[in-house]
Unconditional design. Structure first.
Length: 268
């Protein structure tokens, strides 16, 4: 985290670059057969890239509190990915997720108030899915969501919890002064109260998204070209240096021929 903020447009340009690199990484995943672990990892990248875009949309709409709320979601996903990767729990996480989502869906179907509405393809299970449910019923997956503070401590980055996750939680859970800034934005009444700058939510979201992409590549089953790592590092350096030091790396990535690819299986 930089002590001094860069202009928002510097962060915006860097975020656009990271979004492009994320898209290239996702295409690279799609070029290879992916097992459960790598499907989960690529989906974390996709969700992170979209969340990065969402925070900027909220910022442009002066919806700062919701930007912080979405930022907290992103940090939570970063902690989840890091924990899954360090403990290699992707398979059990997949089983747990499938089972928990099935139970939630089944509760709706079983509820007298909603059972007539719980119709359509989304509620239909294939034979393969039914077999999986029966197997999981006999051997229920044991997995617990990681504690954010514990993961941050393991990463040696307690500040990500204290000044990211924990602070952003004050914008997720109701507080007495919620909506104070929104009141003046909506009404346009003067004199408006003075509010602190929210630029930190932009810089920290960029940092978090870059760390998710880096962890995703680290924990994947592929070897990645050096230029991808360099580009991510240069994008992150914007928070300290400003400017656009990633432009040359991004151009090199864009000029690579389709046949080259950004990665190859780690056993190759």
């Amino acid at each position: 985290m930089s002590k001094e903020h860069q202009p928002v447009e510097v962060y915006r340009a860097a975020a656009d670059a990271l979004y492009i690199v994320s898209g290239m990484v996702l295409i690279a995943f799609a070029r290879h057969e992916c097992d459960t672990k790598n499907i989960i990892i690529r989906n974390f990248v996709a969700r992170s890239a979209r969340t990065l875009k969402s925070v900027f949309l909220l910022w442009d709409n002066q919806d700062y509190q919701n930007a912080w709320a979405i930022h907290r979601v992103l940090i939570d996903r970063m902690f989840h990915l890091h924990s899954l990767g360090e403990k290699n729990e992707f398979e059990v996480f997949d089983d747990w997720s499938f089972y928990e989502q099935y139970k939630a869906q089944n509760r709706v179907k079983s509820d007298e108030l909603f059972k007539n509405q719980a119709v359509g393809w989304v509620y239909n299970l294939s034979e393969k899915q039914k077999e999986r449910i029966r197997a999981l019923e006999k051997n229920k997956p044991v997995w617990r969501r990681p504690k954010a503070a514990a993961v941050a401590n393991d990463m040696g980055m307690q500040f990500l919890y204290k000044y990211g996750y924990d602070y952003a939680s004050t914008h997720v859970h109701p507080m007495a002064n919620d909506g104070q800034q929104d009141f003046f934005i909506i009404t346009g009444l003067e004199p408006a109260a003075r509010f602190p700058s929210n630029t930190t939510v932009i810089s920290n979201t960029l940092l978090t998204a870059s760390m998710i992409l880096q962890d995703a590549m680290n924990y994947s089953s592929f070897k990645w070209r050096k230029i991808v790592w360099e580009c991510i590092s240069e994008i992150r350096s914007v928070m300290e240096m400003g400017g656009a030091p990633y432009q040359d790396s991004l151009l090199k990535l864009a000029e690579m021929s389709p046949g080259q690819g950004l990665c190859e299986p780690s056993g190759a």
